[in-house]
Design a binder for this molecule. Structure first.
Ligand SMILES: [Zn+2]
Length: 201
């Protein structure tokens, strides 16, 4: 059954979010409807502000309140070592694992089922950066799953003409696992045991 249009509009917006089906969207919409006006307004303002105040770093394509982001702006970081990650939140895991280089955020992984092609990711920006910024090693810090494997291959091939060595963090990570949830010491071992990517074929 259909609810009054303003409620339907809110349900539609919630239902567009990842992992949210129609029933959950209805629950969330009615939660908002029942909440105090000031609470509902705070939610609306938080959504507005996240779009207004979070910027994309022009160097690493990551997100921060400033551009360049604090990591790219930090002169103490090793700018010759670039860690390629799928999404901004993976950065936290590598920071906890003690990585001191800089990052490049792809914005996802190659996923034919979800229609994410290599050109939807920031691979071209990465190649340009590697050519221009004196990068000496690119480490692929992508997930140890099917999409991560495909993405690693696509990125390694794109970087091949630059001649810069491309490595991938070791498979200390359980297969199918996500960087985001990896334990810091497991990730630190995976980083130490990284191997050269073979990009032929
Ligand atoms: Zn940055």
């Amino acid at each position: 059954m259909a609810f009054p249009e303003p409620i339907e509009a809110l349900i539609r917006e919630f239902a567009r979010m990842p992992g949210i089906g129609r029933r959950t969207a209805e629950r969330l919409a009615f939660h908002v409807l029942r909440s105090r006006p000031e609470d509902a307004l705070r939610l609306a303002l938080a959504i507005r502000d996240v779009k207004k105040e979070v910027k994309t770093c022009r160097r690493c394509c990551g997100m921060a309140a400033v551009d360049p982001c604090p990591i790219c702006a930090d002169a103490e970081r090793d700018r010759s070592t670039v860690m390629v990650i799928e999404q901004p939140r993976d950065q936290e895991a590598f920071e906890a694992a003690g990585f001191r280089g800089v990052y490049h955020v792809l914005g996802g992984s190659v996923n034919p089922i979800e229609g994410i092609a290599p050109e939807h990711l920031t691979i071209e920006r990465l190649v340009k950066r590697v050519r221009e910024d004196g990068v000496r090693e690119v480490i692929l810090g992508v997930d140890a799953d099917f999409e991560g494997d495909g993405t690693a291959l696509v990125v390694a091939r794109a970087l091949q003409p630059t001649g810069v060595p491309v490595t991938r963090i070791a498979r200390g990570l359980p297969s199918g696992s996500s960087i985001e949830y990896a334990n810091a010491s497991v990730l630190a071992d995976a980083l130490t045991g990284r191997r050269a990517m073979e990009s032929e074929g």
